[in-house]
Design a protein around this ligand. Structure first.
Ligand code: GLP
Length: 231
């Protein structure tokens, strides 16, 4: 894609097609981060009927209340959910403040397994992480608690104005991601060019968690020219 605006439009079009062309209700898994913001903005203006759509959030920080402004739930609510006609009971978020996080993650995983993901959108971290599946993650991982890497903490702490960034997060696992029927990965900007080149041309290895996505039968990678500039 020529630029971020085009990338966002194309991603929104794919999401809209998924919902409009399906006779049955769609089950989506959606990411946070700066990359999908443009797509969410497009969607808000598209008048898509979300009334039969189910949305799972991809990840969350441990220890943040879902109403906390730094939480991913708050991000998704403010950037998308509050502006679409989705039913409240069809929104699934991971409670990073749950007393028993393992139980919370297992229940979330079971719910995903039961419903099956039709389409998952992903961003990519500078170190190749997807969701919060950091380098070294097993390709058979499921929804669970993870420790964030130093590089992720450094980069993401810029978004934490009021408090210290949590050192742990909960994330949908790689195996769970790979079981989605379709995957769309978005990347924009010069700072993603290096990891995109490793993701596309490097070996498939735990060192670059996103690399396993190349084995998925229905993956689409949407890049702007900057992110694709090392290819
Ligand atoms: C976070 C999220 C990821 C996201 C990544 C990239 O770490 N957990 O799901 O893909 O950031 O974010 P950005 O799009 O802001 O570069």
């Amino acid at each position: 894609m020529k630029n971020y605006a085009q990338l966002s439009k194309e991603a929104a079009r794919i999401l809209a097609d998924q919902i409009n062309n399906k006779k049955h209700s769609s089950v989506l898994c959606l990411p946070t981060g700066s990359t999908p913001l443009g797509m969410y903005n497009e969607i808000k203006n598209m008048k898509i009927d979300f009334s039969r759509v189910t949305i799972f959030i991809l990840d969350e920080y441990v220890g943040l209340d879902i109403k906390d402004k730094e939480s991913y739930h708050y991000y998704l609510y403010h950037n998308l959910l509050k502006r679409i006609n989705i039913c409240k009971e069809k929104i699934y978020v991971i409670n990073g403040k749950a007393r028993n996080l393992k139980k919370e993650c297992d229940a979330y995983e079971r719910k995903i397994q039961k419903m099956g993901l039709d389409l998952i959108f992903l961003g990519i971290g500078l170190n190749g992480h997807i969701g919060f599946n950091e380098p070294g993650t097993s390709f058979s991982s499921r929804t669970r608690v993870v420790k964030l890497s130093d590089s992720t903490l450094k980069r993401n702490s810029k978004n934490f104005r009021k408090k210290k960034i949590p050192l742990r997060a909960v994330t949908v696992g790689i195996k769970t991601i790979m079981q989605a029927k379709r995957i769309v990965l978005l990347a924009s900007g010069k700072d993603k060019a290096d990891i995109i080149s490793k993701f596309v041309n490097g070996e498939i290895s735990r060192k670059i968690p996103a690399s396993i996505l190349r084995k998925h039968k229905h993956i689409l990678v949407i890049l702007d020219e900057d992110a694709a500039s090392y290819l």
